[in-house]
Design a protein around this ligand. Structure first.
Ligand SMILES: Cc1cc2nc3c(=O)[nH]c(=O)nc-3n(C[C@H](O)[C@H](O)[C@H](O)COP(=O)(O)OP(=O)(O)OC[C@H]3O[C@@H](n4cnc5c(N)ncnc54)[C@H](O)[C@@H]3O)c2cc1C
Length: 400
């Protein structure tokens, strides 16, 4: 008879909670240990493509999330200073027609809330808040997770879903050496009613310029606009979700950019900044009964908007490997890792490739910019960059 392991998860972010929900739905007992006192990310947005929303529908939370999200109608590229615009495709409609699932823009706290409420209805799952994980030990029979308050908990498998600075990864492989990309990402939320009427549209926009780019899209049924502005500068290197900057500093970073970009910046009450780091793809991320998922093992720059989508996919495939495969826990974890390594490596590299594409020097002058956008955002290169991502189906992906 198949055995269902008892799984410990360090970290209750998007990846950890998705894994917990998938594991408990598939028959495992699961305990999540999250260091924060409440499950609340800094309020920012997230683009979830069909490969991620497919998972959330498979777990029965798609409808609840959709009710809180925005299905942006279309996507456009704009030139940083002139504002010249290219309409790319009808995002919402095309996503459902082609891949069967919507492309949603989601407020992160809403996504965590939907996952948390679904977990609260599960008999086999529990979330422990204010529970910082500080280490682990394993032997042939079990794994023990140590918490900051001195307690230890035992399970059959441990999953490090504890983000870019993962303690569990460091416990497995030692300290990591992230490399600064020379890019700072600014984030903020703008109340829609503060924007000029011409900007109140259900459209995802990507402004591209030499050395920087800005992405904005509507959230929460169009009540707010999410802003992400990435800019090359080397004087600030803190990789953090909660480091604050000022509107003045943000406006100075984007000096010379179009008025519409500044209309957004002026109306961000509280801008956050994050120094973008890269880590080379890991050769392996499971040792015995311990594995990793999400940013803990394949963090990427956010230029494909796929980091959270990958963490969500990981959670579902991990649950399938632990419940569908025969054999001992370590071999099932190895199969999970094998199923994920190549795809996540491609996403890490594809995101890094977009740095050059979005910030290209060819965008400096209008004629060069026009030719460059016509080439890079033509139908064929877009399909090559995104089709393989959006088509992936976690429910039927091979596991062996
Ligand atoms: C500016 C920006 C924009 C982005 N936009 C997108 C996008 O549009 N689409 C997309 O798919 N991705 C996007 N991403 C990437 C995405 O945010 C991440 O890939 C995703 O959050 C990873 O989820 P995770 O669960 O692996 O890690 P996290 O979300 O970092 O969660 C880790 C959790 O572990 C907890 N934790 C950490 N250490 C411990 C410990 N010792 N003990 C207990 N708990 C611990 C943390 O408190 C946290 O709750 C973006 C990233 C950035 C920076």
């Amino acid at each position: 008879m198949r055995s269902y392991p008892r799984v410990l998860i360090a970290g209750g972010g998007i990846g950890g909670l998705t894994a917990a929900l998938a594991l408990s739905r598939m028959g495992c007992e699961v305990e999540v240990y999250e260091q924060a006192a409440e499950l609340r990310e800094v309020g920012a947005g997230l683009q979830l493509a069909a490969n991620g929303t497919r998972v959330l529908y498979a777990l029965g939370v798609g409808e609840a999330l959709e009710a809180l999200s925005c299905e942006a109608e279309s996507k456009e590229i704009r030139i940083w200073n002139s504002g010249e615009t290219w309409k790319l495709f009808d995002l919402g409609k095309v996503s459902i027609e082609r891949y069967g699932y919507p492309y949603l823009t989601v407020y992160r706290p809403d996504l965590l809330g939907v996952l948390e409420r679904a977990l609260q209805r599960e008999k086999r799952a529990a979330i422990h808040l204010g529970a910082k994980c500080v280490g682990f030990e394993q032997d042939g029979d079990s794994v023990s997770l140590r918490l900051e308050d001195g307690k230890a908990v035992k399970g059959d498998a441990l999953v490090g879903a504890d983000g870019v600075h993962s303690h569990i990864r460091q416990g497995l492989f030692g300290p990591d050496r992230p490399q600064f990309t020379g890019i700072v990402a600014w984030r903020g939320i703008v109340p829609m009613e503060q924007l000029p009427p011409r900007m109140v549209r259900m459209v995802g926009t990507n402004w591209v310029g030499p050395g920087g780019h800005v992405v904005h899209y509507p959230l929460r049924a169009g009540k707010v606009m999410n802003f992400v502005g990435a800019l090359e500068r080397s004087d600030w290197q803190v990789e953090s979700w909660s480091a604050r900057g000022t509107t003045g500093e943000l406006a100075a970073d984007f000096a010379g950019w179009h008025d519409d970009v500044h209309a957004l910046i002026r109306n961000i009450p509280l801008p956050f900044k994050w120094a973008l780091m890269v880590r080379p793809p890991m050769e392996r991320w499971s040792v015995g009964r311990v594995t990793l998922l999400g940013d803990a093992c394949h963090s990427m720059v956010p230029f494909l908007a796929q980091g959270a989508n990958m963490a969500i996919e990981d959670g579902f495939i991990l649950a399938r490997a632990l419940t569908e495969l025969p054999g001992e826990v370590p071999s099932r974890l190895k199969a999970y890792e094998k199923a994920r390594r190549e795809r996540t490596r491609r996403a890490v590299e594809g995101s890094a490739d977009n740095i050059q594409r979005f910030h290209n020097r060819a965008l400096a002058d209008p004629a060069g910019a026009r030719a460059y956008v016509d080439r890079e955002w033509a139908r064929a290169p877009i399909a090559e960059r995104y089709e393989w991502l959006f088509r992936y189906d976690v429910t039927s992906a091979d596991l062996d």
